[in-house]
Design a protein around this ligand. Structure first.
Ligand SMILES: [Ca+2]
Length: 501
């Protein structure tokens, strides 16, 4: 919980942000409306900023140039980073798609909405599972008040363009417009090249590339709603499998020397198409003179898929609670509030976006509704400050096929939970009770398990995780799987491979 001191600091920082905003609002040309306040009355916004949220699928922590990719060319994303604030310790709420998205949209951790994984929580050979995993939901229940529904109460027009994955149609969850979103977790409307069959997407040129088309739709939405305020959730299917890039870009990467880490030419092409999306949307904001009154966010839903990319220097990838599965590139650009070229090392996580967007837009919290995150709005103008939050949590009571188990088992993950507190991170494996403790400041690659040498710290984090699980009523698998056959367990896997989705 924030202390009185931090609340005071927060008020000061917020006041500074508002002062800057007041300055830029007098220069702006839009006519959108005035003044609102949150439930505490502490953040008066004189002008409602537009929100453009680039939410990329499966993008790894180092998949973009500004994060150190050794191959992917992303000059426009790099420009966005240079013009805004980069969060170095930003996390998805889960190591795979649906739960991460459910947390982002609902503002609540996984145990509260019950979307813990994608599809079947028993993914993998049943004879190799020691435990019965927790039941899983695949649809975000209507009772959850999404960020789009909240922003709607404040006059925002919102569009979801691309992957939804939380039900049949995002317009049932507060979005005014849905382009291409369904329950699908991958581009199931015909892949990345037209002719395809996505909701509300009429086929145009044969061979048209989906990422390009969603970008064009996004630009049209901005143009049509330029009087604002608008919330554009540009939730690209890219760079999720199938790995299909634009032919001209694939050719370009195939002609380049083979890099050490990011070797897949088609995947590199997919990343570059995302970069083109950022290029075109930023250009549209510039053309319409909206850049100064638009908050641009860039984030991803889980770590890079090891069948297609590397998250070096992070350990693991999509489907794991190691850093490679959950740590994300993240940028916020809000001219006049964020300072160009700044970085923030304060840990933030998917559930923080909801309260942040409420604060920066002056939108009221929904009545009697839990928000698990903390607004990172104070960090935008003061990135060296702290949110004074005790810890971040993950809860994944499910199995995912593909290797990555620290004991050499056949799963990317067995049921597990994790906590990050300051520089420390603890992972607990529910099958065995094994715990791993890492000091992320000294060991970002999670190579050195300190659980035995730092038992007091291990216990401190474990106790905090247990208290959190109790608070959110998190199910911990404990029932033995009657079909478990100990001899069925293979010894393959070293934490670096994961071929299956
Ligand atoms: Ca994903």
């Amino acid at each position: 919980m924030p202390t009185i001191t931090s609340q005071s600091l927060r008020s000061i920082l917020t006041f500074q942000a508002i002062a800057v905003l007041l300055t830029i609002s007098t220069l702006a040309t839009s006519t959108s409306t005035a003044s609102a306040a949150d439930s505490n009355g502490k953040h008066n916004v004189t002008k409602k900023p537009n929100i453009v949220f680039f939410f990329i699928d499966d993008l790894g922590w180092t998949d973009v140039g500004f994060m150190g990719s050794d191959n992917h060319e992303t000059p426009n994303i790099d420009r966005l980073a240079a013009e805004g604030l980069v969060f170095t310790d930003a996390y998805a709420c889960a190591p795979n798609c649906a739960p991460s998205r459910a947390c982002l949209m609902s503002g609540q951790y996984t145990p509260r909405h019950g979307i813990f994984t994608v599809g079947d929580p028993k993914r993998g050979n049943h004879a190799q599972r020691k435990l019965e995993p927790a039941p899983n939901k695949t649809v975000l229940d209507d009772e959850f008040v999404t960020i789009a529904e909240s922003l709607h109460t404040n006059g925002y027009v919102s569009a979801s363009m691309g992957k939804w994955h939380l039900g049949a149609d995002p317009t049932t969850q507060g979005f005014d417009i849905n382009i291409a979103g369904k329950e699908w977790g991958s581009p199931s409307g015909g892949g990345y090249h037209s002719p395809y069959n996505y909701p509300n997407l009429v086929n145009k040129e044969p061979g048209e590339y989906l990422t390009d088309r969603l970008t064009a739709e996004a630009c049209q939405f901005i143009e049509e709603n330029q009087d604002g305020p608008f919330f554009l959730y540009l939730t690209h299917y890219a760079v999720h499998t199938p790995i299909q890039g634009r032919a001209d870009l694939v050719k370009k990467y195939k002609a380049k020397p083979t890099p050490k880490h990011h070797k897949n030419a088609a995947y590199a092409a997919m990343v570059e198409s995302v970069d083109h999306s950022v290029r075109d949307v930023l250009a549209k904001l510039d053309d319409l003179k909206l850049a100064d009154e638009t908050i641009v966010l860039f984030f991803s839903d889980n770590g890079g898929f090891l069948g297609a990319t590397s998250n070096h220097p992070l350990r693991g990838g999509k489907g794991m609670l190691y850093e490679g599965g959950i740590r994300e590139p993240m940028i916020v650009r809000w001219p006049g509030v964020t300072k160009p070229g700044t970085k923030c090392q304060e840990p933030v996580i998917g559930v923080d976006f909801y309260p942040t967007l409420l604060e920066v837009t002056g939108t009221k919290r929904p009545n009697d509704y839990t928000l698990d995150g903390v607004s990172f709005a104070p960090l935008l103008s003061a990135p060296e400050s702290s949110l004074d939050r005790p810890a971040l949590f993950w809860h994944f009571p499910c199995y995912l096929q593909g290797s990555g188990d620290p004991n050499g088992g056949p799963f990317r993950t067995t049921p597990a939970g994790a906590i990050r507190m300051g520089r420390w991170k603890l992972i607990e494996w529910f099958e065995t009770g094994r715990q791993e403790l890492y000091n992320l400041h000294d060991d970002i690659s999670e190579k050195h398990d300190l659980s035995r040498s730092h038992d007091d710290k291990r216990k401190e984090l474990h106790d905090a995780m247990l208290a959190w699980r109790k608070k959110v009523n998190a199910p911990v698998p404990a029932t033995p799987n009657p079909q478990y056959e100990p001899k069925a367990k293979s010894g393959s896997g070293n934490g670096k491979r994961g071929r299956k989705k």
